[in-house]
Design a protein around this ligand. Structure first.
Ligand code: ADP
Ligand code: MG
Length: 584
C-alpha cells in the first residue's frame, strides 16, 4: 500500500533489491513539496518492458503457480510502481547492462506522458514528486514532516539490517543521514546502523530447533531503552512487524526488563517455508505460522537461554557499561592525553577496617558498619543466609558497608561495587523458587486469618482458570463473593510479606500473563512477584555479616546479573574511573 513516503521508499527499495543492486541510495526532500528519489545499480529494465513495468499487475517476478509458494523476491504483486505513479509525478530512468543508452519515462497521475532515450549509468532511478498532491484525502493523513521522515529512516535502517552486503545511503534535504557501505558481517552492519555504542553491548545468538533457526544479536540484561525502535525482526530475509513475534521476544526478556522498557534486538529467523503461511498479504508486515506455538516457544526459549548464558560471564555485574562509557568519554574529552587504563592495580588491602572509611571527613558512618555482626534480619530468616559458598565474584568482594539503607558497598579487584540489596535478594529467591517449583516442592504457609482481597471480576475468572496451578506454587485461594477472593495460604517463602499487597501483585500478573499459552512464563511471573515481596526491602538495615552472606549466596546462583524484574543487581566503578573523577 502506498500510504506515506516511507511506504513508497519501501516499495522502491524492494524493487532495487530484487533487481540485484549492491548500492541503493534514497534522497528525500520535504522542504516545500516532498520528493523521493531511489537509485540503484541493479539489472535495469529493458526498453520494451518499461511500459509494462508501470502497468498494474504486470510483475515480471512470478513465472508459474509453483512460484507463489516459494516466493523469494520481496515484491510480487506487480502494482507498486503503478500505484505510486497514480498518486504522484513519477520519472523513471533505467538502463540494463547490455543496452547502450537509458530510457526515461515520465508519468503524470498514472498516465505515461513521455518516453525518451537518455543517458544514465546502469541501473534504475525512480523519482517521485508531489506525492498525493492530487489526492488531498490521502495527503491529509500524513503526519508531521519529522514523523514521516522518522518512518522513512526506520524503513531504510531495516533494509540495511536485513541486507548487510548492500550499501545504503539516505540523504534528507541534501545532507547524508545514514551511510552504510556494504559489509561482510551482520555485526559490522549492526554497528553501522545502531552505532558502535549500542551494538557493542549486544551479544550474538544462534539457535536451531526442528526446521527453525534464529541468528542475530540481543542487548544484554541490564541494558534497555525507552522505546522499541532498536528492535527488528526478519523472517526468511523479510522484515516483519508481527505482534506475536514481538511479544515472544519480549517474553524471552521477561525477567530481565522493567515494565515499559525495551531491548535492542536484531533477529534473523529462518523458518522452513511449509511452516509459514504465504497467503498473508505481503504488504502486511505480519506472518502466519502453521504451528504458531512451536515458533513462539522457540523464540522465547532462544532469547531467554541466550540471556541466561550471556548475563553472568560477560555482563558480570549487570552494569550498564554504556552509561559508564559515556561518562568516560566526557571526562576524556575534557582532558586529552588522559592516563591510559593499564596502570597496575594495587592489591586490595585484605581486611581493611570499614570503620576507617567511616572516619573520613564528610562521610557519615553507614549504619551497617557497626561492630557487632548481629543477627540476620527477620525477613531473611528461613532463607539459608550464611550457608552459600563463596564462589563467583560477588562472593569474593570485600563488604565495606551499607548506604542509604538500600545499597551494599564493596570493593574487589580494583573496582568499587554497589549492590542493590533488594534486587540481589530478589534474584536469589527467584532462582531458589524456580528450582523448588521445578522439583514440585513449593510449600504454602497457612495464614492465621484468611484474607479477603478484591480482585475484580477478571481476577475471579483468572482464579477459576489457574487455581490448581497456583496451588502447585504454594497458594490456597478461593473465590468469595462478587469480585473478591479469600486467601488461605501463601508461598512459605513470602509468609512475612503483606498478604494483601502480594495477592494484588499476583493477580496483576495473572491478568497480564494469564492468557499466555506457555504456563512457564506465567509461572516465572508469579515466582518473580513472590520473590519481590519476600526479598529484603530497600530501607532495611543490613549489617556487614548479613550483607556478605547475601552476596555469597547471590554469587552461588547461576545468573545474578539482574533481578527478575530487570533492574541491575550491581553497578561498578573501576579504579581508573574513580581516579578520573578526581582528575588523576
Ligand atoms: P513487483 O515488484 O511486485 O513485480 P512493481 O510494480 O514493484 O511490481 O514493479 C514492476 C516491475 O518493474 C518489476 O516486476 C520489475 O520487473 C520492474 N522493476 C521495478 N523496479 C525495478 C528496478 N529498480 N530495477 C529493475 N526492475 C525494476
Ligand atoms: Mg515491487
Amino acid at each position: 500500500m502506498v500510504e506515506r513516503p516511507a511506504s513508497v521508499a519501501k516499495e522502491l527499495i524492494e524493487n532495487a533489491i530484487d533487481a540485484g543492486a549492491t548500492q541503493i541510495s534514497v534522497d528525500y526532500d520535504d522542504k516545500g513539496s516532498s520528493r523521493i528519489v531511489v537509485s540503484d545499480n541493479g539489472s535495469g529494465i529493458h526498453g520494451d518492458q518499461v511500459k509494462l513495468a508501470l502497468t498494474r499487475h504486470a510483475t515480471s517476478k512470478i513465472r508459474g503457480v509453483e512460484d507463489l509458494s516459494v516466493v523469494s523476491t520481496l515484491g510480487f504483486r506487480g502494482e507498486a510502481l503503478a500505484s505510486i505513479a497514480a498518486v504522484s509525478d513519477l520519472e523513471l530512468v533505467t538502463r540494463t547492462r547490455t543496452s547502450e543508452s537509458a530510457v526515461t519515462v515520465s508519468v503524470r497521475s498514472g498516465s505515461i506522458i513521455d518516453i525518451r532515450e537518455s543517458g544514465h549509468s546502469r541501473g534504475t532511478r525512480v523519482d517521485v514528486k508531489d506525492l498525493f498532491a492530487k489526492v488531498p484525502a490521502r495527503k491529509k493523513f500524513l503526519k508531521t514532516p519529522a514523523t514521516e521522515f522518522g518512518a522513512l529512516l526506520d524503513t531504510v535502517k531495516r533494509f540495511a539490517l536485513g541486507y548487510p552486503g548492500i550499501g545504503f545511503e539516505l540523504r534528507h534535504n541534501g545532507s547524508a543521514v545514514l551511510t552504510t557501505p556494504g559489509v561482510d558481517t551482520d555485526r559490522a552492519r549492526l554497528s553501522q546502523v545502531l552505532g558502535a555504542e549500542v551494538s557493542g553491548d549486544m551479544m550474538p545468538v544462534d539457535c536451531r530447533h526442528r526446521g527453525l533457526s534464529m541468528r542475530g544479536f540481543l542487548s544484554r540484561a541490564g541494558r534497555s531503552f525507552g522505546s522499541s525502535r532498536h528492535m527488528s525482526t526478519f523472517i526468511n530475509g523479510r522484515w516483519v512487524r508481527d505482534r506475536a513475534v514481538f511479544r515472544s521476544v519480549m517474553q524471552g526478556y521477561r525477567t530481565y526488563l522493567l515494565k515499559g522498557r525495551y531491548p535492542a534486538v536484531s533477529l534473523y529467523l529462518e523458518i522452513e517455508p511449509h511452516l509459514v503461511d504465504v497467503n498473508v498479504h505481503p504488504a502486511k508486515h505480519e506472518v502466519r505460522f502453521s504451528d504458531p506455538e512451536l515458533v513462539h516457544n522457540f523464540i522465547i526459549e532462544s532469547v531467554s537461554s541466550c540471556l541466561q548464558k550471556g548475563s553472568t560471564p560477560v555482563g558480570r555485574w549487570g552494569i550498564d557499561s554504556a552509561e559508564l562509557r559515556v561518562r568516560e568519554g566526557l571526562s576524556r574529552r575534557g582532558r586529552p592525553g588522559a592516563v591510559p587504563e593499564s596502570r597496575p592495580v594495587e592489591s586490595t588491602q585484605a581486611g581493611t577496617d570499614s570503620r576507617d572509611a567511616a572516619r573520613l571527613p564528610g562521610y557519615s558512618p553507614p549504619a551497617a558498619a557497626k561492630e557487632e555482626s548481629s543477627s540476620v534480619p527477620e525477613e531473611q530468616q528461613g532463607l539459608d543466609l550464611g550457608v552459600g559458598s563463596a564462589q563467583g565474584r560477588l562472593g569474593r568482594v570485600e563488604v565495606i558497608g551499607q548506604v542509604f539503607r538500600g545499597y551494599i558497598v564493596c570493593q574487589a579487584d580494583g573496582e568499587l561495587v554497589l549492590v542493590d540489596q533488594h534486587a540481589a535478594h530478589e534474584r536469589l529467591i527467584f532462582e531458589q523458587l524456580k528450582k523448588r517449583a521445578s522439583e514440585g516442592e513449593m510449600p504454602g504457609q497457612q495464614l492465621l486469618m484468611p484474607e479477603a482481597v478484591d480482585v475484580g471480576r477478571g481476577g475471579v475468572e483468572a482464579l477459576a482458570k489457574w487455581r490448581e496451578f497456583l496451588g502447585s506454587l504454594g497458594w490456597d485461594i478461593e473465590s468469595f463473593g462478587d469480585g473478591d477472593v479469600l486467601v488461605r495460604a501463601v508461598p512459605a517463602v513470602a509468609a512475612k510479606a503483606d498478604p494483601r499487597q502480594l495477592v494484588e501483585a499476583l493477580f496483576q500478573e495473572l491478568l497480564d500473563y494469564g492468557t499466555a499459552t506457555v504456563t512457564e512464563r506465567l509461572r516465572d511471573a508469579v515466582l518473580a512477584t513472590t520473590a519481590c515481596h519476600a526479598a529484603v526491602r530497600v530501607g532495611q538495615q543490613l549489617d556487614v555479616t548479613a550483607a556478605r552472606s547475601l552476596l555469597e549466596q547471590v554469587a552461588s546462583v547461576e545468573f545474578a546479573a539482574s533481578c527478575p524484574h530487570g533492574r541491575p543487581v550491581a553497578r561498578v566503578l573501576t579504579r581508573s574511573q574513580i581516579e578520573r573523577m578526581f582528575g588523576r
